[in-house]
Design a protein around this ligand. Structure first.
Ligand SMILES: Nc1nc2c(ncn2[C@@H]2O[C@H](COP(=O)(O)OP(=O)(O)OP(=O)(O)O)[C@@H](O)[C@H]2O)c(=O)[nH]1
Ligand SMILES: [Zn+2]
Length: 205
């Protein structure tokens, strides 16, 4: 287990365009000596409604400053984030965990350098590899610990990424259903989606 402890540090009302959530702040203290990990990792959970009746809808969203804030059309992140919030609000309950794993965990500056390489014709995986990274540096143990704190043993996961399902199951959270998170494609991110489908096994198209 990579976390010594995970603590809820805040719980407040959170009105949004799609409805009123609660916003919860979590701090996870990582195992000392865990290479490449910050001593404390944080994540935010937006929750709505009763989380215990059925396996709730869950979205784990990885930070994408360029998509989430600037609505970049290099990727589908912005629309996926808002689709998930809308789905949860329409369902009346669910959880969105927002993790600071910018650029699939390589960080913002490295992601921008990967953009430069993509502009030269490399796909997202090749660009990461040329910078000395793997295709994906994320782990999903913090969201799994947060779910345990929330007494949520099983979820209906909003994702196209089978790795997220495997990671949650491995961490002891049952995924009873996958809910698709496909966004209408823009020409500017067609190659991004194609690489996810053809090289990363994402369930799109
Ligand atoms: N390294 C890198 N990361 C990117 C790039 N574009 C977006 N990202 C990051 O990719 C992450 C989102 O991952 P995706 O592969 O789009 O989707 P996913 O979360 O694995 O799967 P879904 O649940 O289906 O959305 C965010 O952390 C983004 O910052 C890129 O060009 N290079
Ligand atoms: Zn993005």
């Amino acid at each position: 287990m990579s976390f010594v402890s995970v603590n809820k540090v805040a719980d407040a009302e959170f009105p949004t365009r799609w409805g009123t959530f609660r916003i919860l702040g979590f701090e996870g203290l990582t195992q000392p000596g865990d290479p490449g990990r910050k001593p404390v990792e944080t994540a935010v959970a937006l929750t709505m409604g009763d989380l215990r009746a059925n396996p709730p809808l869950l979205r784990i969203h990885s930070q994408c400053l360029t998509g989430d804030v600037f609505h970049s059309l290099r990727c589908d992140c912005h629309d996926q984030l808002h689709l998930a919030m809308k789905m949860i609000a329409e369902n009346g309950s669910g959880i969105l965990i927002y993790e600071h794993q910018e650029g699939r965990g390589i960080g913002l500056m490295a992601k921008l350098r990967a953009y430069e390489l993509q502009d030269q014709g490399f796909d997202t995986i090749e660009a990461n590899e040329r910078l000395g990274f793997r295709a994906d540096h994320r782990g999903f143990d913090l969201p799994a610990e947060i779910l345990k704190q929330l007494n949520v043993p099983a979820v209906r996961l909003i994702t196209n990424n089978p790795e997220k399902i495997a990671a949650l199951e491995h961490a002891g959270i049952r995924v009873t259903e996958r809910v698709s998170a496909v966004i209408p494609e823009e020409p500017t991110f067609a190659k991004y989606i194609e690489t996810k489908r053809d090289r990363m096994g994402h369930l799109v198209g």
